[in-house]
Design a protein around this ligand. Structure first.
Ligand code: BGC
Length: 744
């Protein structure tokens, strides 16, 4: 009986959806085309006219909607494996993390959502294919907005090819705690770098006509106890760190959606936090899109609605029947419900998912490989190159040892809801080591055809050392696996890999370590090896990209988007803050019946995230933020600063070596002492392509916001009058040019 009525419902919906799609495509055929936009829709829905603004179109649709239709837009319909009462509409899903019904009679499509951190999730489980790009953190090492744009465009295309019209990617919580298990999904430790790159990614993702997302708003800076932790942090600290990354990302990318996070901030869950959702997002930043909850992060109906949560995922626990009743009883004014619905409709129109209905197609595998490889080539950071051990010259070495777990087969990827499936392999668990079939051994062999290239897994370090001893060069591939839902216990390479490197390096000093890490790692063996290359989680074509760098076909240009500390004792919280015994995550919260988190973490380092912390505390680091070597060298000269409403710096960068390269020239500012800020902050950069011997004049403009501080008392940004020192160079700790200017 139940099954019958369910399928009847679904059938009715499917027919309506098919009819509305047919109407849309009929109109598309009949009417004049402008890049596929329909000029005169057959049905003549006035809101289908693309010349109207998304706001006008949303208002028009809203006026036609019934209460039930409005409620439909406010929540998800479940997710495979999530549990809960199965939705009668489950058949309408596309296999993604969730979906929200449309209004077929009014031409409003279903929002089909998929996770897409570094590629579209769940492809193998759904019989599809996705490209895995380098991890988000890795790609930020390119410091390249154009690379971020290509990254977003590829994901947007593959989402649509797989039948989705909304991404759940766009993670930008700051790497305040480098042991955070999602560090690989985020954009590093600096708000201006992170915000700029996530914004460019989102902009180009949405240009493919998918609804873009930025997440997890806000302060979801650790996974330990993420659903029950109350983050305590001051307003100024928040605004100048994590929230600034969101502010910039939203201003550049105009995402259709913001995903609020699991944790609480200063006593209120993020998804019902008036300060975050109303005061900052809506009023200050004027965000016009909608807020959706992280999966299961909604904790109330009336409170969440009043604060500004627009859409509950993945179910309808608070935003289904309860919401309807609250509206009917007047507890939630109809105008408030309308505001939520209007925001959702607006994003559907502004992203183009109404005008460009999704049509499944074949993913362009080759194009994906090309993009994944070229972004990885721009993201690999050369950390050490003693005696110019790199690049390797295949005509001069006779034997190479390739060592490391799976280095004959593939390279590691990051797990959790960001996980991208290798072709045809659906991981049976969401927290599992997944290796992409991009084989370092094969890639090295391809680069060195006449060379004797041998492999050892490194499981027995002594055997690997024996191979290294009889080889000219040893390349050791090591990894630090990370996943959503858990933090790493420390920053050491797991599974005895430090000992492996020590033994190999003792056998052959010409040892090069290739790091496949999700975050920073410690390197107790650093002095004993000749080369270190950070490849991050390197994506579908990681091994080719690494080999291109190792053999010099690509001159590395990337710079660290995160500090590598010397040890955990130097972190703001040497002990990872974990839930106290007895607190058991969601259950504790639900059983108590109260929407209250069960433990607190005080981020008393405040705005001193990453290098700002180490600078302020005078702690030396292993590798500083912004650091990265090249096979050539650069010099800097002639800094001029033209201060004003936007400040412009000009300076010259010269390639002083013998091969072409790209230098990321970084600009930092020290604020007047009265601003009471850390010693410096990144305020701009430029990636400069230079052939051997070439010089270029570079100009970098700095908006006033990037030089301002947040005045907590007046709730506004302000420029502190006084002397500003601008510093320019190739790393946060190598800034040869400085100039002091007075700003009022
Ligand atoms: C994650 C989100 C993700 C969602 C849907 C949650 O557990 O925190 O980032 O988008 O699941 O898979």
């Amino acid at each position: 009986m139940v099954t019958l009525s369910m399928s009847k419902f679904c059938l009715r919906f499917v027919v309506l959806a098919a009819l509305s799609a047919a109407m849309a495509s009929a109109s598309a055929q009949d009417a004049p085309h402008h890049h596929g936009i329909v000029d005169q829709p057959a049905k003549n829905f006035p809101w289908m006219h693309p010349g109207l603004s998304p706001d006008q179109r949303a208002d028009m649709v809203l006026k036609q909607m019934t209460l039930d239709e409005k409620i439909d837009l406010m929540h998800g319909q479940g997710m495979r494996g999530w549990g809960g009462k199965p939705s009668p509409n489950a058949c309408l899903g596309n296999g993604g993390a969730g979906f929200t019904l449309g209004v077929p009679r009014l031409g409003i499509p279903i929002i089909q959502m998929s996770d897409a951190a570094y590629g579209v999730r769940g492809s193998a489980a759904n019989g599809r294919y996705s490209t895995a790009l380098p991890s988000n953190l890795g790609s930020v090492a390119s410091w390249d907005p154009q690379a971020a744009c290509k990254y977003g465009a590829l994901i947007g295309r593959e989402l649509r090819a797989q039948g989705y019209n909304m991404t759940l990617g766009g993670g930008v919580d700051l790497a305040r705690e480098p042991r955070d298990g999602r560090t690989f999904e985020y954009m590093g430790e600096d708000p201006i770098l992170a915000g700029t790159l996530v914004g460019n990614r989102i902009q180009c993702e949405q240009a493919q006509h998918v609804i873009g997302d930025i997440k997890h708003y806000a302060m979801n800076d650790q996974e330990s106890g993420r659903t029950e932790v109350n983050v305590i942090i001051g307003k100024r600290a928040m605004r100048e760190s994590d929230l600034l990354a969101f502010q910039i990302g939203i201003a550049i990318g105009h995402p259709g959606a913001v995903m609020c996070s699991y944790n609480a901030v200063n006593g209120d869950y993020a998804c019902q936090n008036k300060y975050l959702l109303t005061d900052v997002l809506e009023k200050d930043w004027k965000f016009p899109g909608f807020v959706l909850s992280d999966w299961g992060a909604t904790h109330s109906t009336v409170e969440a609605s009043a604060a500004g949560l627009d859409n509950e995922q993945p179910l309808d626990t608070f935003y289904g029947q309860k919401l309807k009743e609250a509206v009917q009883s007047g507890q939630i004014p109809m105008a408030q419900l309308d505001e939520h619905v209007r925001r959702i409709l607006r994003s559907e129109f502004s992203s183009g998912i109404v005008d460009y209905p999704v049509q499944k197609s074949v993913v362009d595998v080759e194009a994906g490989f090309h993009t994944a490889r070229s972004i990885e080539e721009q993201s690999i950071v050369l950390l050490k190159n003693a005696n110019h051990v790199l690049p390797l010259d295949a005509t001069k070495v006779h034997s190479i040892a390739v060592i490391g777990e799976h280095a004959d087969f593939g390279m590691i990827s990051g797990a959790g809801s960001g996980q991208v499936d290798p072709p045809g392999i659906a991981p049976e668990k969401w927290q599992k080591h997944v290796w992409f079939p991009t084989s370092p051994l094969k890639a090295v062999r391809r680069k060195a055809p006449g060379v004797n290239v041998q492999f050892d897994s490194g499981i027995k370090p002594a055997s690997a050392a024996t191979l290294a001893r009889r080889s000219d060069v040893a390349i050791v591939f090591v990894n630090q696996w990370m996943s959503e839902g858990m933090d790493v216990p420390n920053l050491s390479l797991p599974n005895n890999q430090d000992a492996l490197i020590e033994q190999v390096a003792a056998a052959n000093p010409r040892t090069i370590v290739v790091l496949e890490t999700g975050s920073a790692v410690l390197m107790p063996w650093l002095d004993k090896v000749s080369g270190v290359v950070e490849a991050w989680y390197s994506g579908s074509k990681g091994a080719s990209a690494v080999a291109n760098v190792l053999f010099g076909e690509v001159n590395p240009s990337a710079k660290l988007p995160i500090t590598f500390p010397r040890n955990e004792a130097d972190l703001p919280h040497p002990q990872l803050v974990v839930p106290p015994p007895g607190a058991d995550g969601k259950l504790a919260v639900l059983r108590s019946g109260k929407a209250m988190p069960t433990f607190s973490v005080t981020y008393d380092e405040g705005l001193k995230v990453g290098y700002k912390w180490y600078d302020a505390e005078h702690k030396p680091v292993l590798f500083p933020f912004g650091y990265g070597l090249s096979y050539t060298t650069y010099s800097y000269s002639g800094l001029n600063v033209d201060a004003g409403p936007t400040t412009t710096l000009t300076f010259t960068v010269k390639n002083t070596g013998s091969r072409a390269g790209a230098e990321i020239a970084e600009v930092y500012a020290a604020l007047p002492a009265s601003a009471d800020e850390p010693p410096k902050r990144l305020v701009g950069w430029s990636k400069v392509q230079l052939s051997a011997g070439e010089s270029k004049q570079v100009s970098v403009t700095v908006p006033q916001l990037y030089l301002s501080i947040y005045d907590e008392k007046k709730d506004t940004w302000k420029l502190v009058p006084g002397n500003y020192t601008f510093m320019v160079g190739g790393s946060s700790q190598d800034l040869p040019l400085t100039r002091k200017v007075s700003m009022q």
